[in-house]
Design a protein around this ligand. Structure first.
Ligand code: FAD
Ligand code: UDP
Length: 390
């Protein structure tokens, strides 16, 4: 196939770029992925034994306040009314997350009004005035006792890095509420794709001008495309440059999936484990994501997945950028290389070394089409003007 654009990576970023370029700009797009399936980390499949949709790379919850992204996603799928709630087990007791009035009352063992809880946490948080890392930021938000119970052990397990060496931003993802509202996300829109993530992603790729080639590593083919066809690359930034500026730190996960002979293992979709001596961070029980599919699920069997984080070596799947100060210095060096790479745009979670949720990956891809690809294909603008997309 003669192509106008090559997209390396069939995750949400790559497929959004491909779909927009094919549908709106009329381009012929070749999408390559190393894996044997599309969808990147959002890929899911039905477990044949239980009839339950399993997210192969960890549970994926869709939520957004971006109207453009919501409208775009709804072109390819309808969403269920699912609202995410998470609980945490600490020293044999269960508490609601994110930290809210219910957590505070349960943890300190008495009833608090919102004002009393605010006063208690403000007094405990006062020990940190100017937070500069994750530990200090968390203490400044929730005080030391709650930090030590719910955050310190979990975060140390999840990032395999001392919380004092992690950036404060990671923890700003967790809201703290002085009400009993324990919805996990604050976004306007939330839900799960009615017929699963893979059906949604397949509809995005289903266009006569899009060809998807699986099991194909772009880096093995780049000699053939170099300089001829523009490329959007969504794989790991350091790997593209053969690690010339050193390895960027990534965290990977080992997933342990198990079918159990019970209709309900934990009564909720996600249970976090805050104790440092429990080796996994959380257990997902996928049937609870889709109560509306009850009839299709096996009544006496359930599928669970334990998540074990560890540092990624080369060859492991890089899931989360660790983003220490040393990583950020290397990232600047890679951005400089990317800026000089003619005809190649870098995007997505791996290509920009950023902690992007699905809605953020879609939003960033729509911006890349508007700000880089359309001006290039419609008006002949140079393609490498900014290097790595912000
Ligand atoms: P990816 O999905 O990683 O896709 C990149 C693709 O590029 C992959 O398929 C990879 O195989 C391919 N690739 C890499 N290198 C090459 C190469 N050289 N040649 C060809 N192909 C290549 N987001 C949410 O909104 N809600 C959640 O609840 C949520 N939970 C998550 C849980 C986990 C465990 C993880 C890891 C992520 C989670 N996310 C969640 C984030 C979500 O997965 C990302 O936002 C989304 O995957 C980003 O899409 P992407 O296209 O940038 O990257
Ligand atoms: N976190 C924590 N305890 C919890 C849940 C989260 O300390 O029970 C911290 C942890 O550092 C994590 C961050 O909050 O990396 C963001 O949590 P989230 O659930 O958003 O992470 P993700 O689902 O992306 O892994």
């Amino acid at each position: 196939m003669n192509v106008d654009l090559v997209v390396a990576g069939a995750g949400f970023f790559g497929l959004t770029v491909a779909e927009r370029c094919a549908s709106e700009l009329g381009l012929r797009v070749l999408v390559l992925d190393r894996r044997g399936h599309i969808g990147g980390n959002a890929y899911s499949e039905t477990d044949p034994e239980t009839g339950v949709e399993v997210h192969r790379y960890g549970a994926h919850l869709f939520h957004t306040s971006n109207e453009r992204v919501w409208e775009y996603a709804n072109r390819f799928t309808a969403f269920t009314g699912y609202r995410h709630h998470v609980y945490s087990t600490f020293k044999g007791r269960v508490y609601p997350l994110p930290i809210n009035l219910g957590t505070i009352c349960a943890y300190f063992g008495r009833a608090f009004t919102p004002d009393e809880a605010r006063a208690l946490i403000a007094a405990q948080a006062a020990e940190v005035a100017d937070p500069s890392n994750l530990e200090e930021k968390a203490i400044s938000l929730i005080g030391r006792p709650l930090y030590e119970a719910f955050i310190r052990g979990y975060t140390a397990k999840q990032w395999r890095t001392d919380p004092r060496d992690l950036p404060a931003e990671i923890i700003t993802r967790l809201p703290v509420r002085y009400t009993f509202d324990n919805r996990y996300f604050d976004d306007v829109h939330e839900g799960l794709p009615v017929d699963g993530y893979t059906a949604w992603l397949e509809r995005m790729a289903d266009h006569p001008r899009i060809e998807v080639r699986l099991g194909t590593d772009f880096l093995d083919l780049r000699g053939d495309t170099a300089g001829n066809v523009p490329v959007v690359y969504t794989g790991p930034l350091d790997r593209y440059f053969d690690y010339a500026e050193g390895d960027l730190g990534w965290r990977t996960l080992d997933f342990e999936t198990e079918v159990l002979p019970t209709g309900d293992f934990q009564g909720t979709p996600v249970m976090n484990y805050a104790d440092e001596d429990v080796p996994y961070t959380r257990i997902h029980e996928f049937r609870h994501f889709h109560p509306e599919r009850r009839e299709r699920h096996h009544p006496g069997k359930t599928v669970i997945m334990r998540e074990y984080p560890r540092a990624a070596a080369r060859g492991d799947e890089p899931y989360y950028p660790v983003n220490t100060a040393a990583d950020r210095a290397r990232l600047l060096a890679y951005r400089e290389l990317a800026r000089r790479e003619d005809g190649v745009l870098f995007g997505g979670r791996l290509g920009t070394y950023r902690y992007l949720d699905m809605h953020m990956a879609i939003a960033a891809a729509l911006s890349m089409v508007d700000n880089r690809l359309r001006p290039h294909f419609a008006e002949g603008a140079r393609l490498n003007s900014g290097g790595v997309a912000e």
